[in-house]
Structures are given as structure tokens and as C-alpha cells.
Ligand binder design. Structure first.
Ligand SMILES: Nc1ncnc2c1ncn2[C@@H]1O[C@H](COP(=O)(O)OP(=O)(O)OP(=O)(O)O)[C@@H](O)[C@H]1O
Length: 276
């Protein structure tokens, strides 16, 4: 498949999370969502965040997105402190949040419409991204005519249309059946390989994290901390068949062991060198 017009126009972003804590003050109490988080993500890396419910994965993602402010410490993208959403960063969530009254192509073009930069090249790019997402021929359909998986494909195309150098994804495929999720994982990796960018991906699925990532950040709960970072040594590109390979299961076992440890239920033994 040829690269889309003007692909890889923007260099991927690097991220630094330095001594970050986040406390939410509700009316009745203070919630320590994140404590003493340190993390470096290299430009072009694909990193997943995984951990028990409530351990601060979304909070960390929103801090990088500039949607929340840190309580202490700082977050930097390409060396610049993040204090508000940055134009080179796109965020996608579990709910696709398409505009029901706009058709598919107009939904994908929305970021360009909002920034006042929509032109013929932008429309062509939107069409190309829909093709990459397996949605050729659906440009004029409305969200009500799409399945959940198709809506999420449109949302991913929308998040890519402005060529972000950093893509932050919060459980984007969490509501989808396993087969659709795997298809979307494959499509996401195709785009990521064609247009290098940094991706931070929150998921509850160990296999999804392993399949996609260069490294998996394992977090522990109450207060949320970064427990360990597991490098995923599986070669790229990663074909569908990798999901049946023994080495894939070895790495999954390795990450599960770290996750069990983070949850304080350590049972499995981490294989030294697995996944490295
Ligand atoms: N705006 C908020 N106000 C108060 N507390 C919050 C707020 N946002 C998150 N929290 C709390 O911070 C903690 C971390 O939440 P966060 O959503 O980051 O966890 P998570 O790991 O993404 O969870 P899940 O896996 O269930 O989505 C939780 O205890 C949550 O209740």
C-alpha cells in the first residue's frame, strides 16, 4: 500500500513525566490519583499503560494531553512544559463521540474545519484515512448507519487527519468485540508504521498492550504509581499470525506476572529475559 499524500510530515514527539502527582479534591475528600510518576517516552515509541481500575491511567493520559494540571511535578512534550492542549496532540476515547448530524467524511474533517485549515488536500487525506480504516464507500453515511466498530474507525481517522505527532488513546477499543478490536489493532499499527508518531495507549487488555507496544507501563493502584515498565521485544512488523505464536504468549505471561505483582497477588513467575 502506498503512503498517503504528504505522510509523515510531522516528526514524532517525545514525552517526559517528571515526579508527577495528581490529587483531586472532591467536596468530601482528597483523591490521590497519581503519585511520584516518572516516565520517559521516546519520539516514535508506542507505549501502553495498563493497571487495575482506578490506578490513574486516564489521569496520566489527560495530564500529557494538557486536559488536567499536575499537583506537583511536570509533564513535557518535546521539552516544553504542557499546560494546555497542544495542537500537535490528538486524543481519542472509548466513546467515538461523532457528531450525529454530520456524515462520515465531515466528521473526519472536523479538526480541520475547526482550525480553519480544511482544503482539498485535507479532504483527500480524510478519504485516504477512511480507506486505511477499511471504510471505503462510507464517506456519505451518517453515524446512525454505522456499527460501533465502524464509528470507532471514523473516530481514529478523525484523530489522525491533522497529522498529530502524538496520539493519546484512552481505551479506544474497549467497547468492541475481540475480532473487531484485533482488526482495529492491525489498522492502527499500519497507520503508525506509515506515519511515524508517538502513541500512548491505555488498555485493560494485556494481549492488546503486548501486540501493539514497544513498552508496557504497568501501574499499581492507590495511589496510582508506575510499578514497572516491560519492554516488548517482539519484532515488527507484527502480523496477525503473531497472536498464535508461542513467543507472544510468553510475553503476555511476563506482563501478567508484573501486573499480578503490581496488584499484590503475585502468583506467576516472570521469565527472565522474556519479551526482551
Ligand atoms: N475529576 C475527578 N475528580 C475526582 N476524582 C477523580 C477524577 N478523575 C479521576 N478521579 C479518581 O482518580 C483515580 C484514578 O482515576 P483514573 O480514571 O485515572 O483511573 P484509571 O486507571 O483510568 O481507571 P479505569 O481503568 O477504571 O478507567 C480514581 O480513584 C478516580 O475516582
Amino acid at each position: 500500500m502506498g503512503a498517503p499524500t504528504g505522510a509523515a510530515a510531522v516528526a514524532p514527539a517525545a514525552i517526559t513525566v517528571n515526579g508527577v502527582a495528581k490529587t483531586f479534591h472532591t467536596r468530601s475528600r482528597a483523591v490521590h490519583a497519581l503519585e511520584d510518576a516518572h516516565l520517559e517516552i521516546g519520539a516514535g515509541e508506542f507505549v501502553s499503560l495498563i493497571g487495575p481500575s482506578g490506578c490513574g491511567k486516564s489521569t496520566l493520559l489527560k495530564l500529557v494531553a494538557g486536559l488536567l494540571e499536575t499537583s506537583t511535578g511536570d509533564v513535557r512534550v518535546d521539552g516544553e512544559p504542557v499546560s494546555a492542549p497542544l495542537p500537535q496532540v490528538a486524543v481519542s476515547f472509548q466513546k467515538p463521540t461523532l457528531l450525529r448530524w454530520r456524515n462520515v467524511i465531515d466528521n473526519v474533517c472536523l479538526p480541520l474545519t475547526i482550525s480553519g485549515t480544511l482544503d482539498d488536500a485535507g479532504r483527500r487525506r480524510a478519504t485516504e484515512l477512511l480507506g486505511l480504516m477499511g471504510l471505503d464507500g462510507f464517506e456519505r453515511h451518517f453515524p446512525r448507519e454505522l456499527s460501533g466498530g465502524m464509528e470507532q474507525r471514523v473516530a481514529i481517522a478523525r484523530s489522525l487527519v491533522s497529522r498529530p505527532s502524538l496520539l493519546l488513546m484512552d481505551e479506544p477499543f474497549g467497547a468492541l468485540d475481540e475480532f473487531t478490536r484485533e482488526d482495529l489493532n492491525d489498522e492502527l499499527l499500519t497507520v503508525w508504521q506509515q506515519e511515524p508518531k508517538t502513541v500512548v495507549f491505555v488498555t485493560h487488555s494485556i494481549s492488546e498492550a503486548v501486540f501493539l507496544s514497544d513498552r508496557v507501563v504497568v501501574m499499581s493502584a492507590r495511589p496510582g504509581r508506575i510499578h514497572d515498565v516491560v519492554p516488548i521485544g517482539l519484532p515488527r512488523p507484527r502480523p496477525r499470525a503473531l497472536r498464535n505464536a508461542p513467543e507472544f504468549y510468553d510475553v503476555i505471561r511476563d506482563v501478567r506476572s508484573v501486573l499480578d505483582d503490581a496488584r499484590g497477588v503475585g502468583t506467576a513467575s516472570r521469565q527472565e529475559g522474556a519479551g526482551r
